[in-house]
Ligand binder design. Structure first.
Ligand code: SAM
Length: 342
């Protein structure tokens, strides 16, 4: 099958599947409020419905799927969904991004169901900071989840959002922690996406600054070139062979190579993390539209894609939070990062 390309020649390849908009943490850079307008329960797709959409995406060239949320491990019986989609033809990479709080209990079932890879988000190694940042005293549970992932999968990735004045002094300790659990750390520049209503430019630690900090401690930090990669992280190696990633989506966006799209738990399909409008796939799947009809919706949507959300944000110059007004977020939960997955 020929690749389905968008207006900039970017292929449809990478699907981030949000299985719930609920989360058991309240990270200040993602879900800072106590309460949210949640997706109506009856709108959330059943596993069979999502699986039917996955079949269509796979038939059109998607070969990588990442399960995300909200917190995906809050979705009841996630392993049975993994079991449903893991064996599908054409799926080369099935990964999960989690905050790790519930991971220790679920890891064996997820592995047995066919999950391929795990990324755990961890922003600090200090218990008091973790509590201040997430509003829950769950650092020990995350450590247990990471240890379980290490045991079950042998390796993992650790995603860290770096925020000035919050955890920018922990780059080295987090890398050392990563070494101990065979976790490749990826430092993420703080992004001004949906839920980050407290974002401001002075809180962003740029990739350049992170590299400076690391090289002051470790000596030369060498880039690992990978011209064919569409992954958001640029990878680097330390002298001792340790590798790490930096996701510089705020200062140096990678829209040019972006092959990612996002399906929310209620079946809205977003072609860019910054897109304010999505394509409704729930209605057609619920009225049992034919496979050809679903294919046409997806192909036409992708072919018309001209989003370059992160680059447009940079071009704006003076920036503030993307959706600064809580009232607006309240009106449409789809604008939230936790609804459409990170
Ligand atoms: N709950 C899961 C987790 O914590 O990994 C999955 C969903 S979470 C929205 C996915 C990723 O988005 C996490 O690694 C999180 O740190 C990242 N994220 C959320 N808000 C962000 C922001 N404002 N800037 C950069 N990354 C952000």
């Amino acid at each position: 099958m020929n690749a389905v390309n968008d207006l900039y020649g970017r292929p449809l390849r990478n699907l981030r599947l949000s299985v719930t908009d609920r989360c058991n943490l309240r990270c200040e850079y993602c879900m800072p409020e106590d309460d949210y307008v949640w997706l109506p329960r009856e709108d959330v797709l059943h596993f069979e419905e999502t699986s039917a959409l996955v079949d269509v995406f796979l038939s059109l060239g998607v070969d990588k799927i990442r399960l995300t949320g909200g917190e995906p491990l809050l979705r009841r019986d996630l392993p049975s969904f993994v079991r449903m989609i893991a064996p599908k033809r054409g799926l080369n990479d099935l990964a999960l991004t989690t905050n790790g709080v519930l991971l220790a209990d679920q890891i064996d079932a997820l592995k047995a169901a066919g999950l391929g890879r795990i990324t755990v988000s961890l922003d600090t190694l200090h218990r008091d900071r973790f509590k201040a940042l997430t509003r829950f005293d769950q650092l020990d549970a995350v450590h247990a989840g990471i240890a379980a992932a290490h045991r079950a999968f042998g390796r993992l990735k650790i995603d860290t959002v770096v925020i000035r004045g919050v955890n920018d002094d922990e780059l080295v300790p987090l890398l050392e922690y990563g070494k101990a659990v065979n976790g490749e750390v990826r430092f993420i520049e703080y992004m001004d996406v949906g839920g980050a209503s407290r974002w401001s430019p002075d809180r962003v630690v740029s990739c350049r600054e992170m590299l400076d900090t690391l090289s002051r401690h470790y000596g030369a930090v060498e880039p690992i070139p990978d011209p064919l990669s569409s992954a958001p992280a640029d990878r680097y190696a330390l002298k001792d062979g340790t590798t790490l990633g930096i996701i510089a989506s705020t200062t140096t966006p990678f829209c040019r190579a972006c092959d990612r799209s996002r399906l929310t738990a209620d079946g809205m399909w977003y072609l860019c993390l910054y897109a304010t409008r999505g394509i409704d796939l729930r209605a057609p799947v619920r009225r049992r539209a034919s496979v050809d009809e679903l294919k046409a919706l997806i192909v036409n949507g992708w072919r018309a894609r001209d989003d370059r959300g992160a680059e447009e944000r940079v071009a704006l110059g003076a920036r503030r939070a993307f959706v600064p007004v809580q009232d607006l977020l309240r009106k449409d939960p789809h604008l939230e990062m936790h609804t459409r997955g990170g």
